[in-house]
Write a protein that binds this ligand. Sequence first.
Ligand SMILES: CC/C=C\C/C=C\C/C=C\C/C=C/C(=O)SCCNC(=O)CCNC(=O)[C@H](O)C(C)(C)COP(=O)(O)OP(=O)(O)OC[C@H]1O[C@@H](n2cnc3c(N)ncnc32)[C@H](O)[C@@H]1OP(=O)(O)O
Ligand SMILES: Cc1cc2nc3c(=O)[nH]c(=O)nc-3n(C[C@H](O)[C@H](O)[C@H](O)COP(=O)(O)OP(=O)(O)OC[C@H]3O[C@@H](n4cnc5c(N)ncnc54)[C@H](O)[C@@H]3O)c2cc1C
Length: 572
Amino acid sequence: MAAALQTLGGGIGITLHWIAFTPTIEQQATEEQKKKWLKLAQDVAIVGAYAQTEMGHGTFVRGLETTATYDPSTQEFVINSPTLTSTKWWPGGLGKTANHATVMAQLYTRGKCYGPHNFMVQIRSLENHQPCPGVTLGDIGPKMESNGNDNGFARFDHVRIPRENMLMKFARVEADGTYVQPPSSKLAYSNMVYLRGTFVMSAAQALASATTIAVRYSCVRRQSEMKPGEPEPQILEYQTQQYKLFPQLAAAYAFWFASWFMTQQHGSITGSMEKGDMSGLAELHALSAGLKSYTTAVTARGIDVCRMACGGHGYSHASGLPALFGGAAALCTAEGENTVMMLQTARYLVKCFAQSQAGKRLTGTVAYLSAVQPSPVAGNRNMSDLGTLVAAFQHRAARMVRHAAMQMQGEMQKGKAREDAWNSCSVLLIKAAEAHVHSFVVRNFAETVQTVEVDESVRAVLTSLCQLYSLYGITEHAGDFLKDGYLTGRDIDAASSHLSAMLARVRPDAVALVDAFDLHDKILRSVLGRYDGRVYEHLYEWAKKSPLNKSEVHESYYKYLQPFLKSNRAKL
Ligand SMILES: CC/C=C\C/C=C\C/C=C\C/C=C/C(=O)SCCNC(=O)CCNC(=O)[C@H](O)C(C)(C)COP(=O)(O)OP(=O)(O)OC[C@H]1O[C@@H](n2cnc3c(N)ncnc32)[C@H](O)[C@@H]1OP(=O)(O)O
Ligand SMILES: Cc1cc2nc3c(=O)[nH]c(=O)nc-3n(C[C@H](O)[C@H](O)[C@H](O)COP(=O)(O)OP(=O)(O)OC[C@H]3O[C@@H](n4cnc5c(N)ncnc54)[C@H](O)[C@@H]3O)c2cc1C
């Protein structure tokens, strides 16, 4: 599904039906409600949008203004948009495509507000697709990318829906208006956790696509002379080109493996939650938020590196890279803005750190926080050993989490309120959370390559790629590793020279490594990244199809240029 949606470049009107609307029914509806809507959704007999964000609030879900007020006399909810800023704004497919939406609204019953809950609302007629009475709909206009998707707006003027349209798997409102609490108030957000997990896969796929394009093109493209008089080399022979592309290639693999972990973790924790065990929810939320933030940010930057690595042709839409970048940029903002998501991870880490200080043994993805020793013992480390590299990342993350948490404690001891201390330490907190996620990705990569059983040579090349990824991270963030003397200047020098060796080692396998992503030309949609390598012929064909080439002399000539030239000539 992710691949199919990627083909459509950030989606079409129905994308959110598949990735958000239908999963929300699956995750938030009762069995009875599923019988009513799930099959209709799965068979696309109805088309849905996920309508949460409003003009005034996206991040702060508790600040949403749309209301769902229960009327026990008719056993209905009244959905209302009381202000301009309460207008639902951004939901994919909401403008023109969807005829239903799950609407996130503040639930009021018996005069009390119980916070945001999901409601199924029909928004267009199933007969003629006209908006339902009381519903105003439209498209929000062109965006940076994803213009095949009608991100829309919606206003509700006291629209009545049956009580049964509240998605009631967790929280419920009884016929008489009694509110029944869910096992956790955050279960109304479970679909966001799921979607953030799928964004990790989307990031991996987008970065895999960009590196496929750039690596293949770098084998077709020849430029300059390495040595005077010699034939022009493939640009992939330049070490600087390898240094641009191979860390992105390695990151694509790392994110792919992280997304596998995320999917497995989501399945196992939601399985336990089905049985009433909510203990894994906080970690699942922290991991999905942090991974979504980290992988999409690195992917967006990485795609731009790939674009620049393709020179001028990378800037053309023929390369497919601008569209990939636009799609990745959307992933950085949608489903929880990246800074806000990383701060959620930081919040969890600070709590875990406090628990560890209080003597609790941490488990799961944060276990290392209590295992890592605060005072490092410096020494000449073997910087080509994966175990050493993983330990270095864990040490860096643990130090940064401790530093941010202690800094916050210090601010509070000086009299600052917790919230103010949080805000004044939030840059440190973000960096610490990023280091934690980075460390997780490195460890997971290292563990995954060890499980490769198909072939010794496959394991060897993936191990090199994992070393490259880790060494690149260390050299890019050298200051973090040097700060408390855990790594020495000599270690960093060793890391740099191993990194150079890894670039050379990965070079012969680079094309096979991108081919292994198995991204068909129809998915890549890139003249530069064609599997057959016939870039120049197709670049020429592609340009000939430019709309400006439909006529030999463009109409703008007759309209503007001809009279302008004529008057200029007349002046001579
Ligand atoms: C396959 C894909 C292919 C192509 C893609 C193409 C197109 C797709 C493009 C876009 C789709 C986009 C869809 C959307 O964007 S839908 C809208 C998404 N909106 C958001 O993500 C909103 C972000 N904001 C939030 O999630 C929350 O408001 C926020 C977490 C920021 C704060 O929540 P709240 O104010 O309620 O909580 P706090 O008081 O801060 O914390 C309370 C407590 O709860 C914990 N928490 C928060 N969220 C969750 C959660 N989801 N699950 C579990 N726990 C959660 C939080 O950490 C606190 O814990 P504690 O510290 O223990 O008190
Ligand atoms: C392509 C695309 C598709 C989308 N699809 C949907 C959809 O289908 N359904 C839907 O409901 N929504 C959708 N959205 C909306 C999306 O979920 C929100 O835009 C997103 O959650 C960010 O919220 P915001 O726009 O309110 O950003 P803001 O919160 O206004 O962010 C602006 C800035 O404020 C900062 N900021 C905000 N709060 C904090 C804080 N607590 N601490 C520190 N900094 C903070 C942010 O880091 C950011 O720098 C989509 C958005 C995009 C771009």
